[in-house]
Write a new protein. Structure first.
Length: 537
């Protein structure tokens, strides 16, 4: 093999990349992981989400945090950044999808996915240390009453979360991997999971898959952004690809380097993966035979993020992990209460009165203004009052009703005519900007806690949905005519090129998707044989 070639280069370190890195290393392969975000130790996470330079990922503004906010025409996408990907700032909820996912059009007929994924769900749950939330909170009590009022009491359940619930704040030796993993500390119930766990309790990927992978020799290079993948055709070379990457935190994106690899796994998250592959197909033309299906069948969880600020002074809604329970509000809709830690009130800036959005920008503005002037004290308190996190619960409302978009590359004047992702909507299956059932749930929760219901100005004024779960874009198929990848994540027309992340998702799961993405990654890696000639000494 070439002196400086890896067996695999993995681009991205989220639920696809981290799983891939460990499983490939266990099979004897040399692996390099490229991650555009920073490496975070527990003490590096912001104390509150007002520390924007540590919370938001916006390199041009010198912000190198764990949350990126991407505005598109028709949708605002919240997604993760940093070594460990979305696991750094997600709520840790890991649940299996509904049966409809296994029957999704264009996917269900390819495999018996329920049977195929079952052992991988088990593996991921073990690796991520999933436990049922052991306590109850004021928001859970209100949710239980709401479920009962809808004759849905039997659907209410505490969440399964990737959190270590030992003795609060007490560090113990590795409780998961027979001493091979890092020591852990019991959860202190601070509500800070989505700001980054500073207390060594949340089981982020850096505590399991990535931790173990590095100890098997996987090389990890944070702050490196892959910009191109080139196929190598030279005779006698064991490498098949060159991956071009740059410093992601440099002022002008300098320090370009090239690494050679026999195989490449693209796991940069939906937006990162699609931008990179579309650029390789349509701009640099380094991978011109990528399927024309690339960027199609992108979707969200058809979700809404709504808020309620309680007027009850003796209730603390910031206590607990970020999401502690949920229930099935109707056959299509699942809802969960979300919390932030004390002092983490940055998201209040997105808040607007809960009103029907209306049609056209003038109508939406007028309705929003009317919502403000009709409840001025409540609105001002939601923006300026102290203790926002202690008083506020976010309702994450998710529906399994499908929606579709397509992501393409376009030159944009505000990017100095450089290429960037743009969205084309499917008008028949457009993402809903407003969920009427979500509004009803927010008002019902507000009545339970004497609260002020809110939506985001993105919904109320701009008429756009907000999603924390963008999925798809690399559909599976039987050939490049109907898909980008096969059932094992192998890219059609390019031997040794894989896509393993949320881009693989075939339909809207209607619930938190992280467990399913990780299980699909486990499945893809299980299809790769051990390295030939590997020593088992």
């Amino acid at each position: 093999m070439d002196q400086f070639a890896y067996d695999f280069v993995v681009i991205g370190s989220g639920f696809g990349g981290s799983v891939s890195a460990l499983r490939l290393a266990e099979k004897g392969y040399s692996v390099l992981v490229l991650e555009q975000g920073k490496r975070f130790e527990d003490h590096d996470f912001p104390q509150t989400n007002w520390a924007l330079s540590k919370y938001l990922w916006a390199p041009r503004w010198r912000c190198f945090g764990l949350l990126e906010m991407s505005f598109f025409r028709g949708v605002l996408v919240l997604h993760g950044a940093g070594l460990g990907g979305g696991s750094l700032g997600y709520a840790g909820v890991l649940v299996e999808p509904h049966d409809d996912l296994y029957r999704a059009e264009g996917w269900g007929e390819l495999r018996d996915w329920r049977s195929v994924l079952a052992p991988h769900f088990t593996s991921v749950r073990q690796m991520l240390g999933v436990e049922k939330y052991p306590g109850t909170t004021p928001a859970d009590d209100a949710f239980r009453r709401m479920a009962a009022s809808r004759a849905r009491r039997d659907t209410f359940r505490p969440t399964d979360v990737a959190v270590f619930f030992g003795e609060e704040g007490v560090e113990v030796p590795d409780p998961y991997f027979g001493g091979k993993g890092p020591s852990r500390s019991g959860c202190v119930q601070c509500g800070g999971c989505m700001v980054g766990c500073r207390y060594n309790a949340k089981n982020t990927l850096t505590k399991n898959y990535l931790y173990l992978a590095e100890r098997l020799g996987v090389q990890v290079s944070p702050e490196r952004r892959a910009t191109n993948i080139r196929q190598i055709h030279s005779e006698g070379s064991a490498a098949r690809y060159e991956v071009v990457h740059q410093a992601s935190t440099a002022w002008l994106g300098g320090d370009t380097q090239v690494v050679r690899a026999r195989n490449v796994v693209v796991s940069a998250g939906v937006l990162g993966t699609l931008e990179l592959l579309l650029r390789c197909r349509d701009v640099t033309r380094s991978l011109p035979q990528l399927s024309r299906r690339l960027g199609t069948k992108v979707r969200t969880n058809s979700e809404a993020l709504l808020g309620v600020s309680s007027g009850v002074s003796d209730l603390d809604f910031s206590y607990g992990v970020s999401i502690t329970s949920g229930f099935q509000a109707d056959d299509e809709t699942y809802v969960e209460p979300v919390r932030y830690s004390s002092g983490s009130s940055f998201m209040r800036l997105l808040g607007a009165p809960l009103i029907a959005s209306g049609h056209g920008l003038p109508g939406r503005v007028l309705r929003t203004v009317w919502g403000i002037v009709s409840s001025p004290l409540e609105f001002l308190r939601s923006k300026l009052g102290s203790g926002w996190a202690e008083r506020t619960t976010i309702l994450l409302v998710m529906q399994k009703k499908d929606n579709l978009m397509q992501l393409v590359l376009r030159r944009r004047w505000w990017r100095a005519l450089r290429y960037g992702l743009a969205i084309h909507h499917d008008d028949e299956r457009r993402i809903p900007a407003e969920l009427s059932v979500g509004h009803a749930l927010a008002r019902e929760f507000a009545s339970e806690v004497d609260g002020y219901p809110q939506t985001s100005f993105v919904e109320s004024i701009l008429g756009m949905p907000v999603t924390a779960h963008i999925l798809g874009g690399c559909p599976m198929g039987k050939s490049a005519e109907d898909g980008v990848i096969d059932v094992d994540g192998r890219v059609f027309n390019y031997d040794g090129l894989f896509v393993v992340d949320g881009s693989m998702m075939p339909a809207n799961p209607g619930i938190n998707p992280s467990l399913t993405i990780a299980a699909l990654a486990e499945h893809a890696m299980s299809a790769i044989p051990e390295k030939a000639g590997r020593s088992h000494i």
